[in-house]
Design a protein around this ligand. Structure first.
Ligand code: SF4
Length: 365
C-alpha cells in the first residue's frame, strides 16, 4: 500500500510504523481474513468469487484460533473481509478477539449490511471501516449487480461516521470507472470523509485483464490522484501497485521519498502480508491462489517455510524484471497479476507502468 498523501505532503501518519518499519520480522505484520464467501451483492470485479449461493464458512473457533496464532506472531493488523464480512453474524466476536490481543482491526465492507445494531456490536473493537464505492449511483449499482446498493452503502457510511468510527472509501479502478476520480474527491468533500484508498485491479475471481485500464491511462489516473493529495486535506492511499511510489519519487525527485519507499520495500505478499480464504487456505495475498498452508498451522508457514515462502523472500532471484533500477522499492509488483495473465508467477507485472512514467517525464537514467 502506498500512502500518496504521506509521501507527497511529507506529513507523518499513524500507519508509518507498519509501512516503513523495514523487513526485520519473520512473520507478516498484516493478515487479511476472508471470513466468508457469502455476500448479498454480485459485484463484477469481485476477487473472491463471492455471492448469494450460501457457502459454508469455517466455524468461529477456526478464526479465533487464527487470531491467537496471529498474536503469537506479532501481527499488527487484521483486515476482516469476505465476501461480505457482515454476512457472518459472529464477526464482532472475531473483531473483539483480535482487539483484545492488541491487534488493530479493519473492516472491509460493501456497506449495505451496516446497521446501527451491528455497529454497536463492533464499536470499540474495530479501528476503521472501509466502504466500497465504485462511482456515481448508476455506475456503482451496475457494478455491484443490485439496484439500491449505492444508497445503502452511503447509509452505511453515514451510520458508521455517526457512531464515531473512522470511515473511509475504497475505490477499485477499472475501465468503466477510472474517470470518476473527481467524483470520489467531490463525494469526500461533500460528506466530510477524510480517507480513501484506490485499488489497482488484480486479476482474480471475477476480475480479469479485460476490465483493466491500459498503462498510459493508469499513469493519468494516478497523477490525478497525486494532484488531489497535495492539499493534505485527505489521507489518500493506493494499493496493489508499488509503481505508484516510483511515480511520486519521480515527480518530487525527493531522496526522503525514495528512502521511505526503500524501507517499505514494495510488494511483500507472503512475507509482510498474507491472506486466509473462507475455506482456511493461506495464500501470499488475496490475489495469488497458490496455498502456503492452512489456517490451523498459520504460524508454522513462516517457522518452517516451504519452497514458495522461500522464493518469495528471495524474489529478486526469480522475478523477470529484477534488473530494474527500482526493484528494491517495488519488489516486482503483484505476482498474482503476472500469474493470472501469463500463467507464470515470476513474469513481469502487466500493470507496471514505469515505462510510461519515464517516457512522460522524459527520464531515462
Ligand atoms: S520493472 Fe518490475 S521492479 Fe521495476 S518498476 Fe516495474 S514491476 Fe517494479
Amino acid at each position: 500500500m502506498i500512502s500518496v498523501s504521506r509521501l507527497i505532503t511529507k506529513r507523518p501518519e499513524e500507519a508509518d510504523r507498519i509501512r516503513y518499519a523495514g523487513l526485520k520480522d519473520r512473520y507478516p505484520s498484516v493478515l487479511v481474513f476472508n471470513v466468508t464467501r457469502n455476500c448479498n451483492l454480485r459485484c463484477r470485479h469481485c476477487y473472491s468469487n463471492s455471492g448469494t449461493q450460501l457457502f459454508t464458512d469455517l466455524p468461529l473457533s477456526s478464526w479465533l484460533n487464527a487470531v491467537k496464532q496471529a498474536s503469537e506472531m506479532g501481527v499488527k493488523h487484521i483486515l476482516l473481509s469476505g465476501g461480505e464480512p457482515l454476512a457472518r453474524r459472529d464477526i464482532h466476536i472475531i473483531a473483539k478477539e483480535a482487539h483484545d490481543h492488541g491487534i488493530r482491526v479493519e473492516l472491509s465492507t460493501n456497506g449495505t449490511m451496516v446497521t446501527r445494531e451491528r455497529l454497536e456490536e463492533l464499536k470499540g473493537y474495530i479501528d476503521y471501516v472501509g466502504i466500497s464505492v465504485d462511482g456515481p449511483e448508476v455506475v456503482h449499482d451496475k457494478f455491484r449487480g443490485v439496484d439500491g446498493a449505492f444508497k445503502r452503502a452511503m447509509r452505511g457510511i453515514h451510520l458508521s461516521r455517526e457512531m464515531g468510527i473512522k470511515t473511509g472509501l475504497r475505490f477499485t479502478i477499472t475501465k468503466e470507472n477510472y474517470h470518476y476520480v473527481d467524483f470520489v474527491f467531490e463525494l469526500m468533500k461533500k460528506e466530510g470523509i477524510d480517507r480513501v484508498c484506490f485499488y489497482h485491479l488484480a486479476y482474480a475471481g471475477r476480475a480479469d485483464r479485460e476490465m483493466d485500464i491500459d498503462n498510459s491511462t493508469r499513469l493519468g489516473v494516478i497523477r490525478k490522484i497525486v494532484e488531489y493529495s497535495r492539499s493534505g486535506e485527505w489521507e489518500v492511499l493506493t494499493a496493489d501497485n508499488p509503481v505508484d511510489g516510483i511515480l511520486i519519487y519521480r515527480l518530487t525527485g525527493s531522496q526522503a521519498v525514495l528512502e521511505l519507499l526503500k524501507r517499505n520495500g514494495g510488494n511483500k505478499s507472503g512475507e509482510r502480508i498474507a491472506d486466509v480464504t473462507p475455506e482456511g487456505l493461506v495464500y501470499p495475498d488475496q490475489f495469488t491462489p497458490i496455498p502456503l498452508g492452512r489456517i490451523e498451522n498459520l504460524k508454522q508457514i513462516w517457522d518452517e517455510p516451504n519452497h514458495l515462502v522461500k522464493e518469495l523472500r528471495n524474489r529478486k532471484l526469480h522475478v523477470k524484471c529484477s534488473s530494474c533500477k527500482f526493484f528494491d522499492v517495488c519488489n516486482g509488483g503483484l505476482r498474482g497479476r503476472a500469474l493470472a495473465l501469463y500463467g507464470d508467477l515470476w513474469e513481469r507485472d502487466p500493470s507496471c507502468y514505469l515505462h510510461e512514467i519515464e517516457r512522460d517525464l522524459g527520464l531515462n537514467d
